[in-house]
Structures are given as C-alpha cells and as structure tokens.
Design a protein around this ligand. Structure first.
Ligand SMILES: Nc1ncnc2c1ncn2[C@@H]1O[C@H](COP(=O)(O)OP(=O)(O)OP(=O)(O)O)[C@@H](O)[C@H]1O
Length: 262
C-alpha cells in the first residue's frame, strides 16, 4: 500500500524528515506516534503528493511518485483532518457533506442518484451519525464532525484512509466513542487500510497492528504494536522513564518522575 525508501524532506534549509524507510502492507493498519514537530504532517503531505522528497522514493499502491498522475491516485486516499474543516460550509447539511465525498468536492454540485444516497446513509450508519443527516455541519460537536468527515471520506471507497489526530479536542467519552467506532470500522470487510496519526499512545487501538514511532524527523522504531509499545522503547522515545500498563488491550503510559521545566 505504501513504501517509503530512504526518503528525506527539507524545507527552507531545515531537514524535516531524514532517511525514512517504511512499508505498509495490505491487511495492516498503522498508527504513527510522534511528539509535536516530529514530522507527522510532513509525512502525510508526502503520501498525498503535496510535498516531494529531496531524496528517496515514495510509492503508494505500487505507483512511484514522479512517474504517476497524483490527482488520480489521491482519489483512492481518504484523508480526514481537522485542518480541512475550515474549507467546508457551516450551513451545509450532513447528508450533502457526506455525498460530496463521492466527488471529492467542497459542496455538492453533481447530480446524485438514489444509490449514492443509499451509500451515504450506509456510511453514516457505520459511523453512527445517520441521525444527524439533516443537521447543519456547523452546529455539530467536534466528535460528531469527525464521524461525518470519516463517513465522507469512505464515500469515495478509498484504498487507504488517513486519520490525522481525529481525537483532538474530544472529551474522554467522545474520544472513547470515536475510537470504538473506528475499531468497529476496522472489522468491516470493505475497511480500507488505515493510518492513524496521534500524539497519544493510549489512542492506539489493538486494530492498529503496527506502529511507527516518529522522532525528530526519523523513524525511531517501527513494527508490531504489541511488541513495540514497551517500557524500554517508550522511555528511550520520550527520553525519560515511563511506566507502561495494558488496559483493555491498549497501552497506557505515565512519566515515572515529575517533569523538570527547562
Ligand atoms: N515549510 C517549512 N519550512 C521550515 N520548517 C518547516 C516547514 N514545514 C515544517 N517545518 C518544521 O518541520 C518540523 C516538523 O513539522 P510537522 O508539521 O511535520 O510536525 P508534526 O509532527 O506534524 O507536528 P505537530 O504534531 O505539532 O502538528 C517542525 O519543526 C516544523 O517547524
């Protein structure tokens, strides 16, 4: 699904990603865990073809960037990020928003068929937001918006679904409800390969079979989440001792010592 080979990115004289090697195979779902400024957004922009590496090779769905027509490839990538929310019209209906995902348009300008509406309703049901179909997008809570945006991304039947910090701004219950919905989505037969980007270890659900730890623009560690998210690796990752415990098959961490302000 994705292959990055020795990929480096620099902007305005700053090295942002250094020599990244990363491969996502069909049937895997990945979490990308990184601190602020570690290069997560830059990595996503590479996958969407909005950025180009200064060296190395980016391959998505077997197509090597540089030899492929990126707009066609982008149609097969569902991208959900709160950074995109500002583009949408607050007064647009949820149903219209979800339907427009089929055409990757902002606003619904195309003729829709009954089968499109049925697919949209099916997607909204999957994301547990079908009761909101007549509401205006602008009045929704943050948790509801994320559900609608994921349902919208699924309208184009993408092969890859990128979820960029979907739990940002959610309270504990809204976060757990969204995570549970994502977990259920992962069990659907037609679920695309998911890449879930986060700052928080506890959001890495068991369905995210693999994790990439991104640190200062480098792939610090990667592999099966179960073996990777241990005390030793995470203490090195955060450069301070952390304690790790498992709860409901999810990794919870805490700093062992009080933080020292620099
Ligand atoms: N165009 C640019 N010119 C110079 N530096 C940049 C540019 N874009 C990003 N950076 C720097 O590269 C680093 C990585 O940025 P990026 O936005 O990819 O990190 P991130 O992991 O997504 O951060 P956050 O979690 O805070 O959103 C940051 O230090 C950022 O300041």
């Amino acid at each position: 699904m994705i292959r990055l080979h020795n990929v480096s990115v620099a902007k305005n004289g700053k090295d942002i990603l250094n020599n990244i090697n990363w491969e996502v195979k069909k049937g895997e779902h990945w979490a990308i865990l990184g601190l602020n400024g570690s290069g997560k957004t830059t990595l996503l922009n590479l996958l969407n073809g909005y950025l180009h590496p200064i060296s190395g090779e980016v391959e998505v769905f077997g197509e090597v960037f540089g030899n492929t027509y990126i707009p066609d490839l982008r149609k097969k990538i569902g991208f959900v990020s709160s950074s995109l929310e500002a583009q949408f019209q607050a007064f647009e209906s949820v149903l219209g928003m979800v339907l427009s995902g089929k055409f990757a348009s902002i606003g619904l300008w195309e003729e829709v068929e009954r089968t499109d509406v049925e697919l949209a309703q099916n997607r909204m049901k999957l994301l547990r937001c079908d009761h909101l179909q007549d509401a205006e997008f602008g009045v929704l809570s943050q948790g509801e918006r994320q559900r609608v945006l994921i349902a919208r991304a699924l309208m184009a039947e993408p092969k890859l679904l990128i979820l960029d910090e979907p739990c940002n701004g959610l309270d504990l219950i809204a976060r757990e409800e969204l995570l549970k919905t994502i977990d259920q989505l992962s069990k659907e037969k037609e679920c695309p390969t998911m890449v879930y980007v986060t700052h928080h270890v506890e959001e890495i659900l068991p369905c995210f079979t693999h994790t990439l730890l991104l640190k200062s623009g480098e792939a610090f560690a990667q592999g099966h989440s179960v073996s990777l998210l241990n005390e030793e690796t995470l203490s090195r990752f955060y450069e301070r001792p952390v304690s790790v415990r498992l709860e409901q098959n999810r990794t919870l961490i805490a700093l062992k010592d009080p933080i020292e302000l620099k």
